[in-house]
Write a protein that binds this ligand. Structure first.
Ligand code: 5GP
Length: 189
């Protein structure tokens, strides 16, 4: 992140992991529990799902997204299964730590720019549970299949980059473990 976009004492926490591990639920719970965390809102060109909150993303068309890329308006962006996803360059967040929920290629980019960023990689408790969660979103079977395959590809890459690996077998326990990790890094700051 450019020097003007955050105070030098801001930490960056990246929550990443393969599809169907519950990353979105986890980061919402973290942000709710800890007001010092500033949860970034991503942009995507993916169509909004039925029932998905308007606040889940900034839903943009490809031309608008590409214009923002050209204007250097993203901290990171990637093409994930045919759609763009990106983190807008964060605004100043004095006294708050940045929380990102992104896939593995984006996590790699942020770690390259900010090696001190803390990457927490989330794994599903079982493949069955992961499939159940991916299917529960109402996507077409073909899309579910693509996402499962992508998840298998992402896992080893993310594991190699991660500072911490957490298995999301129970939301409450996972969030508590992550808060402990976050507090630990704040103490080291
Ligand atoms: P979904 O379509 O399920 O909402 O998201 C697909 C994947 O994109 C998920 O792994 C999600 O974490 C990731 N993602 C969401 N926002 C961003 C972003 O801003 N940048 C990157 N690189 N990935 C993102």
């Amino acid at each position: 992140m450019a020097a003007h976009t955050a105070t030098s004492s801001s930490l960056i926490f990246i929550v990443s992991g393969p599809g169907g591990v519950g990353k979105g639920t986890i980061v919402n719970a973290l942000a709710e529990r800890d007001p010092q965390l500033w949860l970034s809102r991503s942009w995507t060109t993916r169509a909004q799902r039925q029932g998905e909150s308007d606040a889940a993303y900034v839903f943009a068309d490809r031309a608008t997204f590409e214009a923002r890329i050209a204007a250097d308006g993203f901290l990171e962006w990637t093409d994930f299964l045919g759609n763009y996803y990106g983190t807008p360059t964060p605004e100043p967040v004095v006294g708050r730590d940045v929380l990102l929920e992104i896939e593995v290629d984006g996590a790699r980019q942020v770690k390259a720019l900010h090696p001190e960023a803390v990457l927490i990689f989330v794994l599903p408790p079982t493949r069955d549970e992961q499939q159940r969660r991916l299917r529960g979103r109402g996507d077409a079977e073909q899309k579910v299949h693509e996402r499962l395959q992508k998840a298998l590809d992402e896992e080893p890459v993310g594991m190699a980059l991660a500072n911490h690996v957490v298995v999301n077998d129970d939301l409450e326990r996972t969030v508590t473990e992550m808060m402990q990790i976050i507090e630990h890094h704040r103490m080291l700051r």
